[in-house]
Design a binder for this molecule. Sequence first.
Ligand code: BES
Ligand code: ZN
Ligand code: ZN
Length: 504
Amino acid sequence: MAEIKVVVGNIVEAQVDGIVVNLFEGVTRPGGATGAVDRALGGEISRLIDKGYFKGKLNETFIIPTFGRIPADHVLVVGLGKASEFNLDRVRQVSATAAKALRRVGCKKIATIVHGAGIGGLEPAAAARALAEGTLMGLYRFDKYLTRPEDTDTGRLDEVLVVEFDAAKVPTLAEGVEQGRIIAEAVNFTRDLVNEPANVLTPTEMANRAREMAARYGLECEVLDREQLESLGMGAFLAVAAGSAQPPKLIVLKYWGADRSEAPIAFIGKGITFDTGGISIKPAQGMEEMKTDMSGAAAVLGAMQAVARLKPRVNVIGLAGCTENMPSGTATRPGDIVRAMNGTTIEIINTDAEGRLVLADCVCYARKLGARAIVDLATLTGACVVALGKVASGAFASNPELLGKVKAAAEAAGEKVWELPLFEEYRQQLKSDCADIKNVGGREAGAITAAYFIRVFAEDTPWVHLDIAGTARADKDQPYIPKGGTGVGVRTLVELALREAGRS
Ligand code: BES
Ligand code: ZN
Ligand code: ZN
């Protein structure tokens, strides 16, 4: 991953391959650093604006070759959009857009100003954090399996200098950049897990990577295997694992940032390393996408990594319930009845509604560990994608206060969530003739009945569920979200942990 450093100086003089300056839409005479670069280029940026070649629209770019007028070979002007609409997420976007555009023309080392800290009116540390987040998330690529040079030789950007004129501001900016780097590295760690194919990323491999990460950043890590899940009575989790040759793993990560007597908050992730549907098998079309059905678990591992590095004063437990969902002679059948850890019996109507079964036992386990609040993340339902598309994650809650905190954290982190209701009436749809509950509630309100199922196991522990089925995988490139695993949820969970500790 590229290095980011904050340095004092004048960006016009930076000894780099390319420099990044910016412009708000509608500004005709650039000021600040952009103005200084404009003057060094004999007014070329102003002329681009006058001619209408550059309007400053959000994420618009224009690259000017400097031909020796300044040390850098390229000046990239990036549009910030309307000043009245400017915010931290736009800093993430334009930082990513600029870094990618300069990488495309072969720059290895670039320098940038902090977007938005001047006339943008943003807090310098927050703007610097967003700049680092956007740059490093935007530069992410998953290319480890591309072996032909013509596919991989698309440039590498090694170093980003954040240039600040005022030396007094440097420590604040450096702190923001450091936070942003930690968060972006956690998101990219999560994306690597999500993008990895299921033949490589088995539950066992996921546990290995979690152990390695935990050892590196000083988290407690325990991995429960099949026998331990049996002893705990996790019949719902095990029912999903029954058809697979790969053994299931429940990954437990613990971060102690506060006194050990303080009850932890728990993050739980659905970790189906491949979802075939089981005996209720899915159609072939698009089934390869089900390698990303462990995105919730991957987000929890990423969030725990960032928490371990940022060290907020709060206790956090991360649980990742990992298994494949496969059909075989040992697989669970529709009609089977199993018993979850808390004794609740479940009639399995459809083996493709497996995520809620795994989460049910994980939620019981989080309660046993003494969690005071639970947030789970899961690529749970196609119905949620129908409702909200790929724009927002669905949010469901048993507790309005915790939901408020999750919503506020998501908003600050630049991740969209939207609440769907859990009215009591929906519980009827989960009534079974022969067990306490069944695992599907029919076609209507599919995302809600799935969430309701998990809620039953959370009992009186404040609980929020995020359905990330639509947001965990991008099918097109966006400024700081490349096609593929998005790492959604990491930033929200980290922000929530920071806020719980009174930091952010
Ligand atoms: N992993 C899927 C949900 C999913 C669908 C995630 C599309 C990402 C994109 C989940 O396990 C599933 O198969 N859900 C079923 C539930 C149904 C059988 C009640 C669904 O949504 O169709
Ligand atoms: Zn499924
Ligand atoms: Zn699934």
